[in-house]
Design a protein around this ligand. Sequence first.
Ligand SMILES: Cc1cc2nc3c(=O)[nH]c(=O)nc-3n(C[C@H](O)[C@H](O)[C@H](O)COP(=O)(O)OP(=O)(O)OC[C@H]3O[C@@H](n4cnc5c(N)ncnc54)[C@H](O)[C@@H]3O)c2cc1C
Length: 385
Amino acid sequence: MKKYDIIVVGAGPIGSTYAYKMAKLGYDVGLFDMKNRIGQPLQCAGIVSTNINDTKNLPKEFIDNQVKGANLISPDSTSITVEKEDTVAYVLDRVMYDKYLFERAVDAGVDAHLGERVFDVDINNTSIKTDREYSSRLITVSCGPNSSTSKKMNPNLTDESFMGIQYTVKTELTSTDYVDVNVNSSILPGFVWKIPVSPTEQRIGLFTQQSYNNANQILMSMIDSKSIISQKHYGSIPKYNFKKNIVENNTILLGDSASQVKPTTGGGLIAGFNCVDIAVNNSNKMLEEENNKYLENYQKEYHKKYGNEFRAQQNVQSIIQDMTEDDFNYMFKQLKENHVDEIISEYGDMDNQTPLLKQLVKTGIIFKLLPKIGLRRLKNIWKSQ
Ligand SMILES: Cc1cc2nc3c(=O)[nH]c(=O)nc-3n(C[C@H](O)[C@H](O)[C@H](O)COP(=O)(O)OP(=O)(O)OC[C@H]3O[C@@H](n4cnc5c(N)ncnc54)[C@H](O)[C@@H]3O)c2cc1C
């Protein structure tokens, strides 16, 4: 049986980045993916905030477009624009980007097994089964949201997820500087996004807990008759659960398999890359010192970095979930009258929403925005900061 230092299950952006970094530290890494062509099909809107620059993980050639802000649009079509002077987010070519991250890992010496599905991860023996068997000192499972290893580690937890559906459309855009975000009570707490890729291409999608058919109907109603749909994709977006166990023996979960995804937007790239760094640091110590207490540290450090932020985002989501279209229309009217777009433009951050929440609570504006929400729930948000 072939033995590695580390087996990585799943060569998505998170698994490939982790494999690359461990190989650069000198470890013998085996990376397995059931796909033959990494990155395909596209299952991502490809939007990331400029905070991705902090992860030093994005060469500029994978940026299709740069956006300055967003038009937030209510059910009655009231629109407010939030923006910064400089670029706030990049629109990525995710297919080419995933391929690049994978090839970078291979160039660093990772032993890649494409088209090799992992059927079982044996947590007790630190080994895996494909149509062959492999063992290692550490297994990192980054095989996306539907991981059977996650179910093994969390037998009493139901893995919950949203569904993300996206159409790529050929169209004519007058501006490529802003993302449109439409709220619609029928898909709450999700939303519809329209992301400009180029003057002639847009990604229109939504994430929701609704059925696939309903979600498709909503998307179709958002696409104007002159646009041509060139691609349709869908996938799962896992829900963060702080009770989820992501470490057992010498096996860890990472990326979507660990539900390391921002609750309000479903974005998983930046959180995943930051968790890769925490995992790499602790995996290295674990292997150097032959002591798997460092894997427990990975779980602790991840919760320390993201626990409060993700819980606050989930609180916001649960408030939004109960809102009606009238509530939204009222809220947008208040946003406009109280010039809240300026506060959002100043304090808003796609990845860290607590600074904005704190500012809205501090200025008391949140009480004007959310007329039907009780003080108790707002206090809960405040307490979780
Ligand atoms: C519609 C949609 C839009 C999104 N938009 C954005 C966005 O705009 N910005 C953002 O940051 N995030 C977005 N996300 C989320 C983002 O795509 C994920 O968070 C990210 O892809 C997670 O990367 P990963 O490497 O953990 O998992 P994945 O990208 O899912 O990769 C997992 C890999 O594991 C492989 N695999 C699975 N099972 C096995 C097995 N048994 N054996 C071997 N290989 C296996 C798969 O083939 C795949 O290559 C979106 C998601 C969806 C569904």
